[in-house]
Write a protein that binds this ligand. Structure first.
Ligand code: NOJ
Length: 747
């Protein structure tokens, strides 16, 4: 049967099925259409909509294998599939769904975390750009490429705040700050969902992991979370709220328990907060197997209890645990789960299927020509390259070693990553047969950039995880013949990501020793570090003159790296997470509370809140990043020294590009509430502005604050501001700031 015919039959069936209802089908609202379909459904078919299976293509958890998935699709017992990719494959399965009694289309979901066909920088790297519009465009391209390949739904954005770089999943989020994280959450949701759901270039977003997953104890994945409700509300929930407000179609709950209640079975999170306070109208999906995993948590005895707990708590769809499909029927029949809960979940799921236009045409995302055009659109690569440039953080640049001259005679390119093709894609990226012709390695990017008079020398030096130093001699010899060395070290793509917690986050293997050996040649050395998390590399930070943090930058990594190395792009990125000096400082974050015994400085260690063996400060603070130029800040001037609710205060600084290169600065505003009814953080990011200044140019930058910007959660969880004294800080990172006091008066 042709596709057009199939679609026609489907539409006919929908109309016939709905004839019994008085309003003509085409005039009905989505809510009425959903009710019409719901009315026709058996209990088994309803439960089927709440059931999601993996497509056997890729798995990030144990795959359940009892029963035949394809038969179940034909019987209307599956509502959604994940990890089914490509037009052909999605079409095949959708055709099976069209053989079910009611022909309700499947939803195809996948982890499109940082690009699909074109891999963009990992989310943490993109967050380092602080460029909200660019981050939105990245999500837009990912959505277009994925939607063209049959995907309806991405399990992104991951909006978990993360203060612990041992946790491998920090790579998927926006870092440690709720203000920056909220802006990015909104941009990503809007980017994925485009102008509106139902457009064929829009995919449904999924804010995850609800909630507090980023605070897994010890940075160990899937671990428990124990935190005060104030911290939950103030630090961990804001990006979720921003995603909900931005219209995220779905939410995913999470593996962790929160204060003893697994998030998947957590009524407070899903019913009270998400649906109640936030009035979320989309649906929630469990994480992979997390409904069933409540058994291992020791929260429920079996799948019967697990399904009951999850559905009662507000989890609408069961990803791969088969708890719902196996037990919900009995639970309803026995009166343990009211049918109204099932109807509510199914209504939410069907609503999204209608909004996506799948009831009009279940195959509308399966279009080979569109897929081919979208997949080969050279603009996508250009946008990825711009994003990658913006994501590279310049951590150190002594004596202006960077940028390099394009006519440098001899450059030694050393390290396990310099020639590698796929290593820059990072975790959560996809493999395609033509990868090697599309992905630009650092070597290839640099080769394109330099002129014919430059000789590039190569030595690997060591493998990523090597314990052997056998390659050092060759690398040292190569370095000795060069004018400058570019050394690319770091983590392999499978070292940060899901289930990739590390207790030590140093450069793996003998890579830092390789750096020492190369540095000992006396040649100028530029180290580039690939990673999915903040790593610890103190010796390098202390001794090597130039360091670029290159994360995992995606398909166009090599081009972007070359742009930065040779000054065609002046680095502008700023760290979205604090970089610790040792693992012992973790968790580490700039917006910590003040203690009763704060240390005055690094030497102040006696009976104050300090380590006796190292400073409290991180190696590189939140918001930090250098440029090939320098910026100076005037003192802050305030429009008023005191204001009251209903009024505002404007703080102004003049920022000057005091160097000789044009460049971009990210001007950051922080605030501290000096005395509160609960202890307040020493600094909180409240705003930032990115400005581009020509060499020697100055610009005034102003921030306006209202009483609402000073709100926090008090001990009754009321979101309030309190009159009193505040300090305001403006600068180029969270540490180097100018400051000024102001007062918020009573009304
Ligand atoms: C488990 C991960 O925690 C989640 O983020 C992901 O979306 C699902 N697996 C599906 O792959």
């Amino acid at each position: 049967m042709s596709n057009a015919l199939k679609t026609g039959c489907f539409a006919l069936l929908c109309c016939c099925s709905l004839l019994s209802l008085r309003v003509p089908a085409q005039k009905k609202t989505i809510a009425q259409k959903v009710d019409s379909v719901l009315h026709l459904m058996t209990l088994e078919e309803k439960i089927g909509q709440m059931n999601q299976y993996n497509g056997d293509w890729a798995a990030t958890g144990p795959i359940t294998s009892d029963g035949d998935k394809q038969d179940q699709i034909r019987q209307g017992q599956v509502g959604s599939m994940l990890n089914v990719t490509g037009v052909e494959h999605t079409r095949q399965l959708q055709e099976m769904a069209m053989h079910s009694r009611l022909k309700i289309p499947l939803l195809f979901g996948q982890d499109i975390i940082h690009g699909y066909r074109t891999t963009f920088p990992i989310p943490l790297a993109e967050a380092a750009s602080w460029d909200i519009a660019a981050i939105g465009s990245s999500a837009r391209i990912a959505a277009k490429e994925a939607a063209a390949a049959g995907v309806h739904w991405t399990f992104a954005p991951m909006v978990d705040i993360a203060r612990d770089p041992r946790w491998g999943r920090v790579m998927e989020g926006a870092g440690e700050d709720p203000y920056l994280g909220s802006l990015i959450a909104k941009a990503r949701v809007k980017g994925f969902q485009g102008k509106k759901l139902g457009d064929t270039d829009a995919v449904m977003a999924c804010a995850k992991h609800f909630a507090a997953y980023g605070a897994a104890i010890g940075g160990r994945d899937y671990n428990s979370v124990d935190m005060s409700l104030r911290t939950l509300w103030e630090i961990y929930l804001p990006p979720f709220k921003a995603a909900a407000d931005a219209g995220a179609a779905t939410f995913m709950n999470s593996f962790n328990d929160l204060n003893g209640i697994p998030a998947t079975g957590n009524r407070y999170l899903q019913r009270e907060i998400l649906r109640g306070k936030w009035k979320f109208k989309g649906f929630t999906v469990s994480d992979w197997g997390s409904v069933g995993e409540m058994i291992a948590h020791g929260y429920v005895k079996d799948k019967y209890e697990a399904a009951r707990a999850a559905v009662t708590a507000g989890c609408d769809m069961d990803m791969e645990s088969r708890s719902y499909i196996k037990t919900l029927r009995t639970l309803v029949k026995e009166g343990k789960v009211p049918l109204t809960l099932i109807d509510d979940a199914v209504r939410r799921i069907l609503t999204k299927k209608f909004e996506m236009g799948l009831f009009d045409d279940p195959f509308r995302f399966c279009n080979e020509e569109r897929a081919a055009a979208e997949w080969n659109d050279p603009d996508n690569l250009q946008i990825a390259r711009r994003m990658a440039e913006k994501s590279i953080v310049l951590l150190k640049n002594e004596n202006g070693l960077l940028p390099l001259s394009k006519s440098t005679r001899t450059i030694a390119l050393i390290g396990p990553f310099i020639r590698s093709v796929r290593a820059n894609l990072g975790f959560w990226s996809y493999e395609y047969p033509d990868d090697s012709s599309r992905i630009v390695s650092p070597w290839a990017g640099i080769q394109k950039k330099v002129g014919g008079n430059t000789t590039l020398l190569y030595a690997k030096g060591c493998e990523i995880l090597d314990t052997s130093r056998a390659g050092f001699a060759e690398a040292v010899a190569v370095a000795s013949r060069a004018d400058v060395v570019v050394l690319n070290v770091g983590e392999a793509p499978d070292m940060s990501g899901e289930a990739k917690s590390r207790s030590t986050i140093r450069l793996p293997g003998v890579q830092e020793e390789l750096i020492k050996a190369i540095q000992a040649t006396g040649k100028p050395v530029v180290v580039m570090i690939n990673a999915g998390r903040p790593l610890i590399f103190n010796w390098t930070a202390d001794h090597v003159p130039a360091i670029l943090y290159t994360w995992w930058l995606g398909t166009t990594a090599g081009d972007a790296i070359a742009d930065v190395l040779f000054g065609d792009y002046n680095p502008s990125a700023r760290l979205p997470m604090s970089f610790p000096r040792t693992e012992g400082q973790i968790p580490i974050y700039y917006n910590h509370f003040s203690t009763g015994r704060p240390a005055k400085n690094d030497q102040d260690v006696n009976y104050v809140s300090a380590y006796t063996d190292l400073p409290n400060d991180p190696e590189f603070p939140f918001g930090f990043g250098l440029s090939y130029t320098s910026f100076s800040y005037s003192d802050i001037s305030l429009s008023t020294a005191a204001f009251k609710p209903g009024q505002s205060l404007t703080a102004t600084v003049t920022v000057t590009n005091s160097g000789t290169t044009d460049g971009q600065e990210t001007v950051q505003l922080y605030v501290r509430d000096l005395v509160g009814s609960v202890v307040r953080p020493v600094k909180e990011l409240k705003g930032f502005e990115q400005i581009f200044l020509k060499a020697g140019e100055s610009q005034k930058v102003s921030f306006t604050l209202h009483a609402e910007d000073l709100r926090f959660y008090n001990d009754k969880l009321e979101y309030i501001f309190e009159p009193g004294e505040f300090r305001l800080y403006i600068g180029g990172n969270s540490k180097d700031v100018k400051e000024k006091g102001f007062i918020l008066n009573r009304e």
